[in-house]
Design a binder for this molecule. Structure first.
Ligand code: AMP
Ligand code: MG
Length: 190
């Protein structure tokens, strides 16, 4: 049987990676295997070996053409992975020149996801999570700017659904409810 291709997105700091890791652990216990892929890591491997950046959070400030080239290479490599695949990425990337589609047409046609999950939570919670995350160079954005990004991601997800026929699932990840968010994701993935 063909595997399921699921793309998981959410603004930086929403807790995607945390929810994903917990859900994948539960699925494994249930005997459901997924190959977990981080889109940014594929891009970063190329960017680092080409000496373009030292840190993954620098990539979104690169020239648009360079970001697109890295994105295309990552998309092509990821499209080769078979079986159940879960791809951790962004519906849109906030760059100094505006929103860059995380899944432009030429990436989407390679991957052809079955489902795109949007992980969301309250804008003020995202703001707090970014401020307390020492491991990353998260953008220092205000409430309204985070709200705009989350809104834009819903809009662009609709375009992705039109292009591929995939379903869009919104999973909320509020403070103190990781258990519930990950259980929701498990239901989508199983
Ligand atoms: P993350 O670890 O998910 O925050 O991703 C790190 C960085 O990878 C992001 O800040 C972006 O610069 C880049 N990235 C990840 N996914 C995409 C994508 N689909 N298109 C363009 N850039 C991406
Ligand atoms: Mg992450």
């Amino acid at each position: 049987m063909m595997g399921k291709k699921v793309i998981i997105t959410g603004v930086p700091g929403v807790g995607k990676t945390t929810v994903v890791n917990k859900a994948l652990k539960t699925l494994k216990e249930m005997g459901v295997e997924y190959t977990s892929i981080n889109f940014g890591s594929f891009m970063f491997d190329v960017a680092r070996s080409d000496d373009i950046v030292q840190d993954r959070d620098q990539m979104r400030t690169l020239d648009r053409g360079v970001q697109k080239r890295l994105q295309q290479r990552a998309g092509q490599a990821i499209a080769q992975v078979t079986g159940n695949v879960l791809i951790d990425t962004h519906a849109s990337v906030k760059t100094p020149k505006g929103y860059l589609a995380g899944l432009p047409e030429w990436v989407l046609r390679e991957i052809m996801p079955d489902i795109i999950v949007l992980v969301e939570t309250d804008n003020d919670q995202i703001l707090m999570r970014r401020l307390t995350d020492e491991t990353r160079s998260r953008d220092k954005e205000g409430y309204n700017s985070i709200a705009e990004h989350q809104q834009f991601n819903r809009s662009i997800a609709a375009a992705y659904a039109m292009m591929t026929g995939c379903t869009i699932r919104i999973v909320t990840n509020p403070d103190f409810l990781l258990e519930r968010s990950s259980a929701e994701l498990v239901e989508v993935l199983r």
